[in-house]
Ligand binder design. Sequence first.
Ligand SMILES: Cc1cc2nc3c(=O)[nH]c(=O)nc-3n(C[C@H](O)[C@H](O)[C@H](O)COP(=O)(O)O)c2cc1C
Length: 455
Amino acid sequence: MPLSELLPADADRLIAAAAVAVGYVGLCGGTALGRLRRRPADLRDDIAGGVTVVHASQTGLAEQVARRTAQSIADAGHACRAVPLSALDRPMLEAGGRMLLVLSTTGEGDAPDAAAGFARRLLGSEVELSRLQYGMLALGDRSYRQFCAFGLAVADWLDHSGAEALFPTITVDDGDPEALARWQQALAAAGLDAGPAGRPWIEAAPFGPWRLVERRQLNPSDAEHPAFHVAFRPEKGELRWQAGDLARIAVPGEPPCHRDYSIASVPEEGRLVLLVRQARAPDGTLGRGSGWLTEGLAEGGSANLQIRRNSGFHAPAGDPPLILIGNGTGLAGLRAHLAARAARGIGGAWLLFGERRRAADWFHRETIEDWVAAGIVDRLDLAFSRDQPERVYVQHRLRAAAADLAARVDAGAAILVCGSAEGMAPAVHAVLADVLGADRLERLAEEGRYRRDVY
Ligand SMILES: Cc1cc2nc3c(=O)[nH]c(=O)nc-3n(C[C@H](O)[C@H](O)[C@H](O)COP(=O)(O)O)c2cc1C
């Protein structure tokens, strides 16, 4: 995924990971107070009567900050609840009250996947919100051109609709603790005590030393775009993460930088596995992060690594059947989900994987064939784009299997997409929208049944 290596250091840290465009996080999980799924009228009463903290999150940070905010405010004695943006409708907003919004931006200035429906239905529409007071915390990253675009667009729309800002919008660059401290101060100034100053709004695991225990090229006959299996064990401490999480690697050098990668394994396998594409700039220079991981770091050497929770790409609760779609190194995120299910003997996953050539690029073939034999994977579709005269990609396989896709989703399956944000993810999205209907796809995203980790 050379893209990540060709962007400025700060940008690819977000991208190299599996990061992505639109997954979801929201509707699942509890709330600060009470149940989440309630009749709209109840929610309207709450919003009018207390403080509502609203979140829209792709990878989970906004949701985490929102839940903590709601908890602190509730602890201080105010009625307060956290809800996903997708739970709001026009009457609720018009009913007024106090609302705190924690909204992330993803893609290229886009709403998180689970908020796409809200953006389409409400944003920009005519509403009368003079009874609404709001405070906005917009999460983003300055290395993207459209810094905090989604949060800022929602704030603009609220202003134009007559809502009153409790304080000027606070933008947060890459989880900047100072900006988050300003959030706390703003809440306090607005009469919403949010606990003692300096509380961490974002919980992050510490960096620690991990030993490189195995590295091999997965496609030795492919000189053009080598991909590596890279495995680590912690030098101290335990292996702890969930399928969907990311590993952030601190790349030594001047200046320091880091890269995120989807973790391809689960702790039960005893090692943290990455699938790393070695990137080269047009002049032949090795990508900084991928070059270090695939050549620079010696086997037996130590990397400074941090586990990054990526709840937007965790499996939905209840282990529903899965439809796993990905290409290239995106297989990493999908492999972790399959390994998690294999460890617990859960079948019913359909894997669609695409790469260039079967003979060279069929990563993790043996493991996946074992999972097929064991029923963990009950349908496998492979798209090797260059094995025939015409290009064939996962989206073509998906469309050819439209009936099965619809049947599985009707039966409760969730769809997880991991891999390239250019080409694959939009093409797969288009097929899904076509086969299932755009509205239904939006609802699946809101319910956490359509999750993406694309980069
Ligand atoms: C693929 C990807 C695209 C992103 N695009 C933008 C963007 O256009 N503008 C921006 O300000 N931040 C962008 N970000 C940064 C996120 O907004 C930032 O990481 C945020 O903290 C994520 O919060 P979340 O976990 O709630 O989704 C992007 C991040 C990723 C991974």
